[in-house]
Design a protein around this ligand. Structure first.
Ligand code: KG4
Ligand code: ZN
Length: 336
């Protein structure tokens, strides 16, 4: 079976073809970063319009590369995300589903992220702990099986990717700031500022990043006023505090749940320090998607669709949910 994956939840148009026999066959990605950079963040209407412009050419490109005329099923991101952007992918998936007479599978974006490491040569086996870290989410999830997701902790305020982006903005690093901040941090002293490690002394597995963000803002203002601001030191100290928090919380959760495997996924999963630290400090196995599949992409939606083929339905309803709890998903009936 060939499954076409379509991702349009935010500012990347991602398309991929996954074969249940041969694995990932082709994928293509168009980033809208340049379009939104001038505004300092994602403009939803511009995102929707650009998905409309790019989606069909990318689908054609992926089918050409795969050497097929049509897939056997189409998986699309149905949420959570920007509702207009989701409607573009959902509309296209259902339209093509009708035209090609193939079934469509609505996919939860965060399930896509957490299944992305399954595209690698050595995929994780169930059960595992998933640390999902993106621009919109920060979550620790106990994953016992496909669809069996217990959310252990989540952020009480900003997502960690958002904290990276806002700190980067404060340092004039542009949008999206996460990768730029991580690059600048390489030249800085991560002990220059003693930023808080939020929530580490509190029970449970929730996160909070707004206090860290405020602490950074206050130090930056102080240093600016004194004319002593070293942006690389701020970036390195912020990154260290954020990563320490994520790693300590994840390891504690894995131990509490007696899980030997941790999966790190989502855009912030591309952070080098996070990958190094969690691998060094966790006494079990750590799995990641390859760098390009940490951020949004069509391949993770295609593989999630392949694993949820049992839920494929006729192309007659566009599902687009801006908010959608991961814990509300079910174990597919075929695997129960
Ligand atoms: O998963 P993703 O592509 O989109 C969402 O679903 O949100 O994640 C994007 C987030 C942005 O906040 C971006 O700044 C962050 O991931 N990010 C990083 C790195 N690469 C991307 N944050 C820290 N270090 C990185 N290397
Ligand atoms: Zn994402």
């Amino acid at each position: 079976m060939n499954i076409l994956g379509i991702e349009t939840s935010c500012d990347e148009t991602g398309v991929a073809l996954y074969s249940t026999e041969h694995g990932l066959v082709a994928h293509a990605l168009h980033s809208q970063v340049d379009l939104h950079a001038v505004y300092g963040g994602v403009v939803p209407e511009i995102a929707s319009r650009d998905h409309i412009r790019m989606l069909l050419p990318l689908i054609q490109q992926v089918l050409n590369e795969a050497g097929i005329e049509r897939p056997d099923a189409i998986a699309y991101t149905a949420g959570p995300g920007l509702v207009g952007a989701l409607m573009v992918g959902g509309g296209m998936a259902n339209g093509l589903g009708l035209a090609w007479d193939c079934r469509v599978i609505p996919v939860h974006h965060m399930e896509g992220h957490l299944l992305a490491p399954m595209l690698e040569d050595e995929p994780p086996e169930f059960p595992f702990l998933a640390l999902l870290v993106s621009g919109g989410h920060t979550m620790l999830v106990a994953v016992r099986a496909l669809g069996d997701y217990r959310v252990l902790g989540t952020t009480l305020d900003d997502a960690v990717g958002e904290a990276f982006d806002k700190t980067a903005k404060l340092l004039d690093l542009g949008y999206p700031g996460g990768p730029a901040l991580a690059a600048l941090a390489e030249d800085g002293n991560d002990g220059a500022f003693a930023f808080p490690r939020p929530m580490l002394n509190k029970p449970g597995f929730d996160f909070s990043f707004s206090g860290l963000k405020t602490a950074v803002m206050l130090e930056v203002r102080k240093a600016q006023a004194a004319g002593t601001l070293c942006r690389a030191d701020v970036a390195a100290s912020f990154q260290r505090a954020a990563v320490d928090t994520l790693v300590a919380r994840s390891i504690k959760a894995a131990e509490a749940e007696r899980l030997q495997r941790i999966v790190v996924a989502g855009g912030v999963g591309a952070n080098k320090l996070l990958r190094e630290e969690i691998s060094a400090r966790f006494d079990g196995s750590v799995y990641y998607p390859r760098m390009e599949f940490c951020t949004d992409n069509g391949a993770m939606i295609a593989i999630a669709g392949a694993l949820r083929l049992a839920e494929a339905r006729d192309a007659d309803e566009i599902k687009a949910q801006a908010r959608w709890s991961l814990a509300s998903l079910d174990v597919p009936q075929a695997t129960q």
